[in-house]
Design a binder for this molecule. Structure first.
Ligand code: ATP
Ligand code: MG
Length: 568
């Protein structure tokens, strides 16, 4: 492809609203262009990378008997009403009306559409299992679109859905998918980890996220340094093996703690360690006020709370509700002498606190020498806290470290969550109607392009892995007015194309400095520079990943390139 006829609008300046490297570089190198917040055009270079990512995904999907379809992006509200998601999905769903006033959504995901498609056709166990996937534009009106393609409002997703006549069959496909995803992200060359994720009320081991490791990732991964455990911090379990001191229980005592509100303030005022304090939080859980206790040095994980109580909405209670319940400010609340009927849930660590400190439910006062069971009752102990670096991994293998990750894929056992309300059923061997067991499996195709750009770059630009680069070779003659340079460049261009290399030929009449800067920015694996030694048939070679340069004779070029690209 001649650079003069394609469309690669490179930029020298860093766009002011692009905060992270991948976003800056994809814009500056002319791979994408923003239309409006969270909505982008993929330009020729970006489109070529996307296509290569998609080829890998398609190959791995076909290998596990998933078949490709393309479903509508415009989806009638009635389908979303069947599962109630029309009412619960919230403002992320783009909604619209047709000329007759009928309501529609722009596809944010396709569980409803595919279930309606399958239930019309698949009615016998003999037609199962069935797995279908598509690669398609999705629409989500994200609250905070940002970081370029990482969080768009219009983005490309691969979504697959599987239908089964048994849990075992679903388990099998889930494992197939897990392997296929591992192959995909390995083949893409991403530094990634598969982690246990939050399955909401379905929970269990029925969901994994695939995380591309990156400091700018929005998710935190807790992994074992020496073992294999890895989970989203939202989910990482903590054991309940807290040593309890056998010191004698002292008499409870009320002490004045004027103007001391936070755990740290109170702990330092009373000269105790924050781990001696019992933190009391009041949550509003589906409309009910619930008291949640944790150790002063621990953070309560609201997702664990939500899963424990099988709740839909978990939020801190507002100050007015707290005051109404306990007649004091949030900084002074505690578990002793709570009004009857209030549910109290505590993290396991609280059970091991001896002679602890808590709020006194009276502004400006705390209680010392408070002991669980003796001084207050707990309805249920559970694992409610966030895991911390240095904790023992839940499987006992190694200690926990944290890393940041970008979620590039998510696999999920849905069970009958969609088939039941939508009456997607099949007849089993005994002729009984049963809802399909289902799985869904997503990959953020456009997000992957950003994740790759985030992992493969340096200060001069992008550094595409060989098999994903938009072109193999950047052919850069320095001065096209020079006869021998032009002739050599033209000949080489033809030759390389005949060897089926994909070549970007910089035939623009730009200064050498501009061409080199653009070339580093775009980041093709090999740059062939035709300069002063053209008359001698010598070409300068630069490898983008290592920055290494060398010179090749024109006669040896195709062979050397075939070696480099590992082609026969
Ligand atoms: P997130 O937690 O990042 O919002 P999600 O849980 O909403 O993701 P899924 O519904 O599981 O995501 O979608 C499948 C995949 O689509 C995700 O793993 C992610 O890679 C990608 N994805 C989701 N939302 C976006 C978005 N706004 N922009 C780009 N890719 C996205
Ligand atoms: Mg989301």
């Amino acid at each position: 492809m001649k650079q003069s006829v394609t469309f690669i609008p490179t930029m020298r300046e860093v766009p002011s609203d692009a905060e992270i490297r991948s976003h800056q570089l994809l814009l500056r190198a002319g791979f994408i262009r923003q239309n409006t917040s969270g909505i982008y055009s993929y330009l020729p270079l970006g489109k070529k990378v996307l296509d290569k990512i998609e080829v890998i995904i398609r190959e791995e999907m076909e290998a596990i008997d998933a078949v490709e379809v393309l479903m509508p992006a415009v989806q009638q509200a009635e389908l979303w009403q069947e599962t109630k998601r029309w009412y619960t999905y919230g403002p992320e769903l783009f909604r619209l009306k047709d000329r007759h006033g009928r309501e529609f959504a722009l596809g944010a995901t396709h569980e409803e559409v595919i279930t309606s498609l399958v239930r019309d056709v698949v009615n016998s166990y003999k037609q199962l299992p069935l797995t279908m996937y598509q690669i398609q534009t999705k629409f989500r009106d994200e609250q905070r679109p940002r970081f370029g393609l990482l969080r768009g409002r219009e983005f490309i997703m691969k979504d697959a859905y599987s239908f089964h006549a048994s849990e075992e069959s679903l388990d099998e496909k889930y494992q197939d998918m897990k392997r296929a995803y591992t192959n995909i992200f390995t083949r893409l060359g991403l530094n990634f980890r598969a982690v246990i994720a939050d399955g909401g009320s379905i929970g269990g081991t029925g969901t994994h996220e695939f995380m591309a490791l990156s400091d700018i990732g929005e998710d935190t991964i807790a992994y074992s340094e020496t073992g294999t455990y890895a989970a989203n911090i939202e989910m990482a379990e903590v054991g309940n093996d807290y040593p309890k001191s056998d010191e004698p229980l002292l008499e409870m005592e009320k002490v004045a703690t004027p103007d001391q509100h936070t755990i740290d303030e109170v702990a330092s005022f009373l000269d105790v360690d924050p781990s001696q304090c019992i933190k009391t939080l009041i949550f509003n859980i589906d409309g009910e006020l619930v008291v949640v206790l944790g150790r002063g040095d621990h953070e309560i994980n609201d997702i664990k709370l939500k899963n424990l109580l099988d709740a839909t909405e978990v939020d801190f209670a507002n100050e007015r509700d707290v005051f109404e319940l306990l007649s004091c400010e949030v900084g002074s609340i505690g578990p002793v002498k709570l009004p009857v009927g209030v549910k109290v849930i505590a993290d396991h660590a609280v059970a091991a606190v001896v002679n602890g400190v808590t709020g006194a439910n009276k502004d400006g006062f705390h209680l010392k020498n408070v002991n669980p069971e003796r001084d207050f009752a707990v309805d249920e102990y559970a694992d409610l806290r966030f895991i911390e670096e240095g904790d023992i991994a839940p499987d006992g293998e190694g200690t926990i470290k944290f890393a940041k990750g970008i979620e590039v894929g998510h696999i999920f056992k849905l069970g009958t969550t969609y088939s039941e309300p939508m009456e997607g059923t099949y007849l089993d061997e005994n002729g009984r109607a049963k809802p399909y067991a289902m799985g869904c499996y997503g990959i953020g195709v456009s997000r992957i392009m950003s994740a790759l750009a985030e992992q493969f770059n340096d200060e001069n630009g992008l550094k595409w892995p060989k098999h994903l680069a938009p072109f193999d070779i950047h052919l850069v003659p320095i001065n096209l007015k020079n006869e021998s340079q032009k002739e050599l460049a033209d000949n080489l261009y033809r030759l390389l194309k005949s060897y089926r290399f994909d070549v970007l030929y910089d035939d623009r009449s730009e200064r050498a400095g501009v061409k080199f800067a653009d070339s580093d920015l775009i980041g093709l694996p090999v740059r062939l520079t035709i300069g002063k030694k053209a008359a001698e048939g010598i070409v300068e070679v630069k490898f983008r990943d290592t920055g290494e340069t060398t010179e090749w004779q024109i006669e040896e070029i195709t062979e050397k390139l075939q070696q480099y690209f590992e082609r026969q």
